[in-house]
Each structure stands twice: as structure tokens, then as C-alpha cells.
Design a binder for this molecule. Sequence first.
Ligand SMILES: Cc1cc2nc3c(=O)[nH]c(=O)nc-3n(C[C@H](O)[C@H](O)[C@H](O)COP(=O)(O)OP(=O)(O)OC[C@H]3O[C@@H](n4cnc5c(N)ncnc54)[C@H](O)[C@@H]3O)c2cc1C
Length: 510
Amino acid sequence: MKQIQIDLSPEEYASEAAVRRAVARALGVAETALDPFRITRRSIDCRRRNVQYHCTVEVGTVSETEMSSITSISGNSSRLSVVIVGAGPAGLFAALRALQLGMKPIIVERGKAVEERKKDIVNLVRTKEVNPDSNWCFGEGGAGTYSDGKLYTRSTKRGDVGEVLRLFVEHGADPDIMVDVHAHIGTDRLPAIIARMRETIISGGGEYHFNTRISDLLVKDGRVRGVVTAAGDEIAADAVILATGHSARDIYELFARRGWLMEEKPFALGVRVEHPQELINEIQYHGKGYSRLLPPATYSLVTQVEGHGVFSFCMCPGGVIVPAATAAGQQVVNGMSNAARNSGFANSGIAVTVSPDDVKGEGWHALLDFQKAVEQRAFEAAGGCIDAPSQRLVDFLRRKPSSRLNKSNYMGHCVAAPLHEVLPEFVVDCLIQGFKDFDRKMRGFITEEASLLAVESRTSSPVRIPRDKESLQHPQLQGLYPCGEGAGYAGGIVSSALDGMRCVEAIPRK
Ligand SMILES: Cc1cc2nc3c(=O)[nH]c(=O)nc-3n(C[C@H](O)[C@H](O)[C@H](O)COP(=O)(O)OP(=O)(O)OC[C@H]3O[C@@H](n4cnc5c(N)ncnc54)[C@H](O)[C@@H]3O)c2cc1C
């Protein structure tokens, strides 16, 4: 078996015969003598004017895609038990790994099963009222369910990314996610995958407790022995994985009340920018009318302004902007897309890094209060509801309110608001410089047709729940494994999933 790299034009890539010809040419053999082959990795390179598919091809005895061993695991009720608080990517992959290691996962989730959760999301858009336990961030699958399902990560050293992808495929994701460097699943496909993971976990002997919010930890002799629910019930276990995500502010308040250690950490805050997808395609594909042959184009932008990073985040081609607040009185936006990415709009978070030095006050509470205050200002700017305060990009750059708004694909209404007054001054300055730099990198990014929606404030958590580097346990609480994005150890679906698996692996087996 041999691996080769080939570059193909979009036209070649679309033709089986042309791919065959290119592989034979790269190997220096006649097409008739060509062994079986398959493309195992592909990405689109649009840095140069000639847009190319960059492919890794396996030639010879073509191996089957390796699968995970998870579905063959059977129940065993006498094993080590672990309570997993939160059924987001960190919690679910922790549960799947627990089964692989012969432990019993007990998932405790404040929200509902995906099927029920969907109704609350529809209701949220219709009534503009946020259910604090069931919304775009809370409920089965966590913030990753109604998302774009982008599956790329820079944290390749934190674990086996292939295993995360294999588990997604084994539960119904398109096997192409193993091939695409920038793979995504789509929000229309994710709920069914999450529901199949539930079936695996239950059939392997795991347990689910939905509609069950954790309000305390069961601590005896400095060791965490389980959790206490808001209804006052106790759920005991040998270990607890705390994977509650970055929006579970009640968990940070619990730690503060009980005097358990927490730390502040840098996070990021900004806006969501929205363009017509066709415009992004034209910029990225160099105006070559490739829309028919290539997927909706993406972008990734980063720059530095006066010591702050300004960067694009969670870019959703063909996507929708959603209200992602988790409680009344907040306005937060995020983005998602269906598998086909065919909404006609491109949106992306554009965030500015915020460090403890940028904020008045000391400690993690100052950062959290700062984040909350911006979300509240955005809520008020929209007239006291989860309509999206919005401004045309060109007006924001001139610090001038918009007298009219562009068409938007926000799931709700947009309300004209002066975002240059809603956001903190240093964030506005950095965004203005950042957008100008992005326009130099992507000519046409600044356009009359671009809109900004606020506020993109949940890119990551401003708080870290510390853990020991080796044992992954909280320094004061043996048996507690702070995990995933909410504890400050991950950002995104794949890195959260990897962290979930890592925490389970750190639990000493009896
Ligand atoms: C709209 C949207 C789109 C996104 N798109 C992408 C994307 O395309 N790709 C990507 O990599 N990332 C994306 N993200 C980010 C990604 O979803 C998160 O990084 C990831 O879900 C974090 O995983 P987690 O398991 O650590 O936490 P979460 O997914 O936040 O899960 C935490 C879970 O804990 C539960 N919980 C909270 N408090 C309690 C409590 N007290 N008791 C019991 N349960 C509790 C919550 O209900 C929730 O289900 C998106 C996020 C959003 C909101």
C-alpha cells in the first residue's frame, strides 16, 4: 500500500475519470495497470488563484476505515461508577469512554432529551422567552447539538481525534468526516446522532437523568462522593466528571459559595458578521464562479491590534445566526448550519481577546461580571428581548447608527442599534482595526452588504476550574474531574470530546 499526494482542479475532482488519470500520472503507471485506490484526506486550497483540491490518496490494498469498539460493549452493573454532569460533547464522550473502560456512566443533565429540547428551541424563537434549562446551550448534546458540527481542532496532541470521528460515524455521521480536513456534520443531522449515542450508552449499562440540575456536590472527608440535585436528591458514585459548559454560571456561583478554588482566564468577545454567501465564494474562489463545483467557501482570519488578538471564530458557511442566551435578560448570538450549508448567508463570530487586565476589578468574578454586563446591554439595545441588536458593518466602522439594515438570516428579528456604543470601547477599537485588516486579506470583506449582530460573548469561558496536571482532579476535591469547555480545558466539539475521554481515563481503576 502506498500513499501519494495529488492536487486536482475542481473540474478534475468532479470527474472520476480525471481523478483516475491524475493518480496514474502521479504513480507513473498506465491507467489500465492502476491498483485500487481511495482518497483518504482532502482539503480545498484557495490561497492561489487556481483553486485546488489537495488530496491524500491510498493506493494498493485499500484498507477499510477503522471503527471504534464501542458498540460491542455490554452492561456490567458491578463496576466503578462515574457521575457525569452535563451531556454535551465532553460528557457524552466521557460516557462512551467509560463504557469502553468497563465503568458505569451516570449522566445527569439539566435539560431534556434532544427530541423534547427541539420543541423548546422552536418555542424560544416564537415567544422570545428563554427556558433556563432547555435552550441553544442546555439539553442533551449540549451546545454542540444545534451547532454547525464543525469537527476540526488544533488540539491534536490532546488525544485521538480519529477516535472521536469514528464514534461520530459509528452513530450515523457521514464517513466523509474522516476524509475532509474541515469536516462538519450539520445541525439537521446532529440530533439523531446524539440520540443514537444515548442508545449505546443505555444499552451498555449507563444511566441518564434528564431534567436534573445539579446544585451541589456530595463531599465527605474532602472526597467527592456524588452530586446533589436541585430537587434535593443525592446521586452517589465513585467519581464525578463536571462537564457543565461555559454557560453554567450557577456552577461557578456554587464554587464561590463553597469556597472551592477557581481562576480567571482570558476569553474573547465581539460580534457575528454576516455576508451573502455568494460574495464570500467570489472572494475566496477568486471570482471564478465555482459555486457549482465547490462547497460554500469558508474563511479563517486573525490579526493583532494593540496587544489583542482579533479573530474569526466558528465560521458558518450557508448558515443561520441563532439566539444563544441561557437566561432571561441576556442577548447572545452564535451560528449554526445544516449539512447542505445552503442558506445563502455566511456568518462568523469576530472576537477580540479579553484578559483580566482589560477589566476593572479582580479575579474571575470581575471577568464574569464584565461578560454579563455586555450581554445585558445588548439585550437592552434590542428593546429588552432576544431580538438581535444589529448594525451594518460600514456604519459600525464610521461609528454611526444604521438607518436601515441588510437582510439577515438571524432566527428572530434584527433591531438597528449602535453596536459601537453597546460594546466596550477597546473591543470596538480592536474590531474596527481588525475589520480593516481582514479587508486587506480578503478584498471585499468590508461591503455595504455586511451586517454585524451582537453579542458574540460565549466563545469560551472567562473562568477555569483548576485541576491537577497529572490526576486531573480538583486540587481541593479528590474524585472531582473538572472537564470540557466550562472548566476551561477545551473549546469546540472535538476538543471537549477529547477532554471528556481524558478525564475518564484519569480515574484510577480499583
Ligand atoms: C450555536 C452554536 C454553534 C456551535 N458550533 C460549533 C461548531 O460548529 N464546532 C465546534 O467545535 N463547536 C461549536 N460550538 C461550540 C461547542 O458546541 C462547545 O464548544 C461544546 O459544546 C462544549 O462542550 P462541553 O461538553 O464542554 O459543554 P456543553 O456543550 O456546553 O455542555 C454542557 C452541558 O451541561 C449541562 N449542564 C449545565 N449545568 C448543569 C447543571 N447544573 N446540572 C446538570 N447539567 C448541567 C448543559 O445543559 C449542557 O448540556 C457551537 C456552540 C453553539 C452554541
